[in-house]
Ligand binder design. Structure first.
Ligand SMILES: Nc1nc2c(ncn2[C@@H]2O[C@H](COP(=O)(O)OP(=O)(O)O)[C@@H](O)[C@H]2O)c(=O)[nH]1
Ligand SMILES: [Mg+2]
Length: 199
């Protein structure tokens, strides 16, 4: 995918602050520190369009970006990080749920997981919830560079079993090596095209 432009649009916490929903939109979700910002930056070939951080869980805003004037990318706040203050954590669910259910332009959600972990109830609940709302799911195991090829295969199998999907549904990715970048882009383009066709 050739990137001609990638621009920050705005941050929002509630629908009145969302930008106009003119373009097919892809949202990125995952636990704090999983590598979500790094994945988005890799997709758009930028070092720091989206800030990566050593202090996870701070950003509790929904951030909107326009890519090539054709797609909107949405960086959702990370979930499940213990250090996020309780008051912030309590707002996370409603804010994200409102966004995911209210946004007509939403073409799909990229769910990003650390390949070294095995999906647990948080990821499974989120998967089931997305399916319930008929929201397309693009599943990514990131930080693949941290494991050997055989460990990657093992973790892919374990995650596929936990999530109840076929292993080939899980895209192995690395922001460090850019492995899987084309595959994620293809999944994004497919989801966007399907959304365009139905709108
Ligand atoms: N080795 C490796 N480190 C990564 C990768 N992606 C992210 N990281 C590191 O993981 C940490 C969190 O990344 P970030 O993108 O800020 O995560 P976010 O909180 O999910 O947005 C940073 O130190 C990144 O450098 C990857 O693919 N491979
Ligand atoms: Mg981030």
């Amino acid at each position: 995918m050739i990137i001609r432009s990638a621009e920050f649009v705005t941050s929002a916490v509630k629908p009145a602050q969302y930008p106009p929903a003119a373009l097919p939109e892809i949202a990125f979700a995952g636990r704090s520190n999983v590598g979500k910002s790094s994945l988005i930056n890799t997709l758009v070939n930028r070092k720091r369009l989206v800030k990566t951080s050593g202090t996870p869980g701070r950003t509790q805003l929904i951030n909107f970006f326009t890519v090539n004037g054709q797609y909107t990318f949405v960086d959702l706040p990370g979930y499940g990080y213990a250090k996020v203050p309780m008051a912030v954590r309590k707002n996370w669910g409603p804010m994200i749920e409102t966004y995911l259910t209210a946004r007509d332009a939403l073409a799909g959600v990229v769910l990003i997981m650390d390949i070294r972990r095995v999906a647990r109830s948080e990821e499974m609940d989120f998967m089931a919830w997305l399916q319930h709302y008929g929201i397309e799911r693009i599943l990514v195991l990131t930080k693949a560079d941290k494991l050997s090829k055989s460990e990657q295969r093992k973790q892919r199998g374990a995650n596929a079993a936990a999530l109840g999907v076929s292993p080939d549904r899980l895209i192995l990715f690395s922001a460090r090596t850019r492995k899987g970048r084309d595959q994620v882009w293809n999944a994004v383009l497919d989801a966007a095209a399907r959304k365009e066709a139905e709108r």
